[in-house]
Design a protein around this ligand. Structure first.
Ligand code: IPE
Ligand code: IPE
Ligand code: MG
Length: 244
């Protein structure tokens, strides 16, 4: 299907909650980790497709601050997968994709943190799609650490409480300087944010799909973009004349 969307109909920033790997594996009688592998295998294709469609920013939810509750085996398998995939950074650079890893890095091994930094520096010169990979990310944690940083400035006398604005908070998030999230896509039939981008998605459009993440392809992405293009975004204002 050839997409005929105008640049003005495209979201600037998409958030994707990559969900349903476990159920995909269960349906096939496979271990959950096989679902994660299958999910990781389609990831690059979708990101390249986003770049080709002219999307500027994508943030993908890969591991939440709550996902440590899973079995040690599953957590280990996920960390191994992240390590492997970060080795692929040069291929992202070839596709003009710039990678940023967002989230709290403190619980990760020094090897993993070094790999994250290498992944970012190896792709830093890319000028196309800006890809944020959320690893040990939680929206509530992100806001908590932003508030701690702001409070430190107030304590040091560098900032007065009444000078704190929405911009001050934004500047202290992982997504500082990036546009807000316009579209959240959640496959797998779940209807929740699960602590993803709670500030950035304040005015996002939501597209929930039943497809499980390992079955998600360029066609599903185009479908979500087409649904988004038909939405009437008002941001609290009255409906524009041409949309009535
Ligand atoms: C998403 O798939 C991947 C991660 C959370 C890391 P799930 O593992 O949550 O898959 P389901 O929801 O159990 O099917
Ligand atoms: C959200 O999925 C986190 C990621 C996709 C990384 P979960 O599967 O962890 O979310 P819940 O538990 O269904 O809310
Ligand atoms: Mg899930």
């Amino acid at each position: 299907m050839k997409q005929q969307l105008l640049p003005s109909q495209l979201p600037q920033h998409i958030g994707i909650i990559m969900d349903g790997n476990g159920r995909w594996a269960k349906l096939r009688g496979l271990p959950r980790t096989a679902g994660h592998k299958a999910g990781a295998a389609i990831f690059k294709k979708i990101m390249t497709h986003c770049g080709e469609r002219g999307i500027k920013y994508v943030t993908v939810y890969a591991f939440s601050t709550e996902n440590w509750k899973r079995s040690p085996d599953e957590v280990h398998a996920l960390m191994d997968l992240f390590m492997q995939y970060m080795e692929d950074a040069k291929n992202y650079y070839k596709d003009n994709i710039q990678i940023h890893i967002i989230g709290d890095r403190t619980p990760f091994s020094p090897e993993m943190v070094a790999r994250m930094e290498a992944c970012e520096s190896d792709t830093a010169a890319a000028t196309g799609l800006h890809l944020n990979v959320a690893l040990n990310y939680g929206g509530q944690h992100e806001l908590t650490q932003a508030m701690q940083k702001i409070a430190q400035k107030v304590k040091a006398g560098e900032l007065a409480p009444e000078e704190i604005t929405e911009e001050t908070i934004e500047q202290n998030l992982y997504t500082a300087g990036m546009p807000p999230v316009d579209l959240i896509i959640r496959p797998s039939g779940e209807y929740r944010l699960s602590n993803f981008m709670i500030w950035q998605a304040a005015y996002a459009e939501y597209v929930f799909m039943d497809t499980l993440w390992p079955d998600f392809g360029p066609k599903e992405l185009d479908k979500a973009l087409a649904v988004y293009a038909k939405r009437n975004r008002r941001f609290g204002a009255e409906e524009p004349e041409d949309k009535k």
